[in-house]
Design a protein around this ligand. Structure first.
Ligand SMILES: [Cu+2]
Length: 426
């Protein structure tokens, strides 16, 4: 419950300890932007009471000056507004998070490739992340139905589309426990800037497709309204680019309270029940799905955990077909301490990304200067370490989060252990 301690450690993490560069990649395999990210964040030097907890209020105040990824490719850039009126995020069940999906019709008259995504969050105090999904033409009718009043819909997890047996299961959903809702076109998270893809690569979008923008609103900083927008750069009509896709790699998150604390809030059932009440049965499927996917059981995550300041998890997933890996990102919430992503090939491990002092700012995609080749059967291992101790209670409003069991979930006070890897099939 020591708030000062939290602030100090978070600030410390910002002072240059955020990222270590991959150690196992070829000597020349430096990352395009990791170094400059460290420098940028160091020079920003936020000093607010909520540092590391409600980062987006800072993003509204300070232009986020991370290194750009790639130069914009030739093509046209189109700006899309999410709605014609401001949206007022809410959570009728009293939770601190609202996941809202907006439907956007780009009126595409031919198949196109997107080569750049630029999300412009308007209300930085509330917008916690944004994911742009593509809605395949066969799912457009369903999307319109969801969007009946033109104001979008509530959508925890994914877009919520494609759950009725139709084919709109994007690659990323295969790794998304309980996943629903379509392939990613792009995403915005704290720390992410303008996202241009490498030359020759694009996200294919078919004629007649639509977009769903899912925005995670965090209500812990109070209520308000939002009118975010985004820009897409399209390659000229007729361009033949290599299709890139985002693939998610997850590990289970099961964080007991410190040994000796057995309050109701420290029971797993309490946490799962609360999440189900807030977002639906989907929440329970996420936690169970993560265990199943990673061939783990709850027995792997039981006490004793000591003071709960160092709880580890990991998951191995095989690559299904030869692939070229272009970028890697790590994602955790406020209890995250470390995240590491490795590629294991013929028994040898290459570190793709290692963030030994996690900070909520370090979520952006890190693009490999030299793309990494992965063979069918290679393993992606994502490992996370969490701190659920009494010394690490994020502030919710002005109050430290109670001691509780923490499971995989969409809420800011829940957790994730997730890596996103942009890749192409060879
Ligand atoms: Cu998350």
């Amino acid at each position: 419950m020591n708030q000062k301690f939290i602030r100090l450690t978070r600030a410390f993490a910002l002072l240059g300890l955020g990222i270590t560069i991959a150690t196992g990649v070829s000597q020349s395999g430096a990352w395009l932007s990791a170094i400059s990210r460290v420098q940028s964040a160091t020079t920003i030097g936020h000093d607010t009471p909520h540092q590391g907890h409600f980062v987006n209020e800072n993003i509204a105040d300070v232009p986020w000056t991370l290194a750009p990824t790639y130069a914009a490719a030739a093509g046209e850039t189109v700006r899309y507004e999410l709605s014609t009126t401001a949206y007022a995020p809410k959570n009728e069940k009293g939770g601190l998070d609202d996941y809202h999906c907006f439907l956007i019709d780009p009126k595409l008259e031919s198949d196109r490739f997107v080569t750049g995504v630029y999300v412009l969050p308007q209300n930085g105090k509330m917008v916690h992340h944004a994911i742009l999904f593509r809605v395949e033409p066969e799912n457009v009718a369903e999307a319109k139905e969801f969007n009946k009043n033109g104001e979008g819909w509530s959508c925890f997890g994914g877009s919520g589309l494609g759950t009725r047996g139709n084919a709109n299961v994007g690659a990323s959903d295969l790794e998304n426990p309980g996943g629903r809702g379509g392939a990613w076109v792009g995403a915005w998270v704290p720390g992410a800037g303008k996202g241009n893809l490498p030359a020759g690569i694009g996200v294919p979008v078919k004629k007649g497709s639509m977009y769903v923008m899912q925005i995670h609103y965090n209500l812990a900083n109070g209520l308000g309204t939002d009118r975010s927008s985004f820009e897409l750069t399209y390659a000229p009509v007729g361009s033949q680019l290599q299709a890139i896709r985002n693939q998610n790699y997850i590990a289970p998150v099961e964080l007991p309270c410190p040994d000796g604390i057995n309050t109701p809030a420290c029971q797993r059932d309490t946490t799962i029940a609360r999440n189900v009440a807030e977002v639906g049965a989907f929440a329970a499927r996420q936690s169970a799905g993560a265990l199943l996917l990673c061939k783990r059981t709850l027995a792997d995550y039981q006490k004793p955990v000591g003071d709960a300041s160092s709880i580890s998890t990991s998951c191995d997933r095989s690559i299904r077909a030869d692939a070229t890996l272009y970028s890697v990102a790590g994602h955790m919430h406020l209890m995250g301490k470390q995240i590491k992503v490795e590629l294991i090939s013929e028994g040898k491990s290459k570190t793709l990304l290692s963030i030994p002092k996690w900070d909520f700012h370090w979520q952006g995609n890190y693009w490999f200067k030299d793309p990494v080749q992965a063979k069918k059967g290679d393993v992606i291992r994502v490992s996370c370490v969490f701190d659920n101790s009494a010394n690490n209670r994020p502030l919710i409003g002005n109050n430290p989060l109670e001691m509780r069991y923490i499971a995989w979930g969409e809420g800011t006070a829940d957790e994730m252990c997730l890596s996103m890897i942009n890749q192409t099939s060879n």
